[in-house]
Design a protein around this ligand. Sequence first.
Ligand SMILES: [Zn+2]
Length: 100
Amino acid sequence: MARLFSPQLLRSLRNDIPIDRLITDVLSIPHKYSEGYFRFLCPLCSEFNSATNPNTNLARCFRCKKNFNTIDIVMVDSNSSFPDAVYLLKSVLPQYINST
Ligand SMILES: [Zn+2]
């Protein structure tokens, strides 16, 4: 089966788009700050028992015990397929790469 997307692209999408910015700016998922953590409304359980880790660029829901990378959270939030999530992230990637 042919690869639709290069490993380099997928790595860039996972690492170069800050997950906090993806949640707030692109997906518009409800979020808040408490106890020094950025917390987002988990698209699976609809609770704020969550945090993001800037070092790994992962979002975690402590209730679901699940980590989301940028691609995962788009798929869950938008109920989209893997390729659709990649296309969406690919379309917003330039604004994050060029802004640094
Ligand atoms: Zn959850």
